[in-house]
Structures are given as structure tokens and as C-alpha cells.
Unconditional design. Structure first.
Length: 136
């Protein structure tokens, strides 16, 4: 039975774990990755829980960093933003802000539009996707 998740941050983290596992599974089925074929199916519930727990703790460490938290606050205020819009809030240079944005994206707390260079909270992107599914 699948439980509906109401918290947007938790939804973003769950979707990140899910997409990461699906991405690994897809890559495993390529001809060049024979040693991992079926890896996901062989994982027990306990192993998957441990993976999810590890990712959650990593996301919490990342979000708990004071500067990263400032970035998350600023992104929550804006619809979306690029690195230049986040630099004044943090006092960091472009490279440092981009590194922090990459860290936040890697743990699933924010999403990046690679072509436009815009970032937004993952929960906002998840909500937009849900609205598109409902309206379709």
C-alpha cells in the first residue's frame, strides 16, 4: 500500500531516492553494466531503508548548513533564481554559490534547469508536476 505524502520537503526527498534508484537500475540494464543487472530487485526492504536513511541524513546535513539554509530561504522567496540572484544573500562568489547549489541539487532539495541556469526548491517542481498530471 502506497501512502500519500503531504509534506513538500519529504516529497522531494522521496522522489529523489526513487529517481536515483530508477536511474541506477536503468543504467544497470545497459550492455556495458552487466555486473549490476538486477541489483535493485535483489535489495531487501532493510537495505532500501538503509539507502533512504543515508540519503535523508545527507540531505539534512546539507540543509542544516547555515549558508545552504540561506540559499533555500531565498529560493523559497523567489519563483526561481540563478546563482547571481543568490550571491548577495550569501556573500559568496559565483563558484562557491554554484558548488553549494550543486550540493543541494545532488541531495534532492533543489532542482536545476540546466539550460536556463535556474534553480528552484524541489518541492515546488514536484507540485508543478502534480498539477500538470491532474490537469492532463
Amino acid at each position: 500500500m502506497q501512502q500519500e505524502i503531504d509534506d513538500p520537503i519529504l516529497t522531494g526527498l522521496v522522489e529523489r531516492v526513487h529517481s536515483l534508484l530508477l536511474g541506477l537500475d536503468r543504467r544497470d540494464r545497459l550492455e556495458t553494466a552487466n555486473e549490476f543487472v538486477g541489483w535493485l530487485q535483489r535489495q531487501t526492504r532493510e537495505q532500501l531503508d538503509n539507502i533512504a536513511r543515508g540519503m535523508l541524513l545527507r540531505a539534512l546535513r546539507c540543509a542544516g548548513d547555515p549558508v545552504n539554509y540561506q540559499i533555500l530561504e531565498r529560493l523559497a522567496e523567489l519563483d526561481e533564481a540563478n546563482a547571481a540572484a543568490l550571491m548577495p544573500k550569501t556573500g559568496l562568489d559565483r563558484v562557491a554559490v554554484c558548488e553549494r547549489l550543486n550540493d543541494l541539487a545532488q541531495v534532492g532539495l533543489i532542482s536545476q534547469d540546466v539550460l536556463g541556469g535556474q534553480y528552484e526548491p524541489s518541492c515546488r517542481r514536484a507540485a508543478k508536476a502534480r498539477r500538470r498530471r491532474i490537469c492532463s
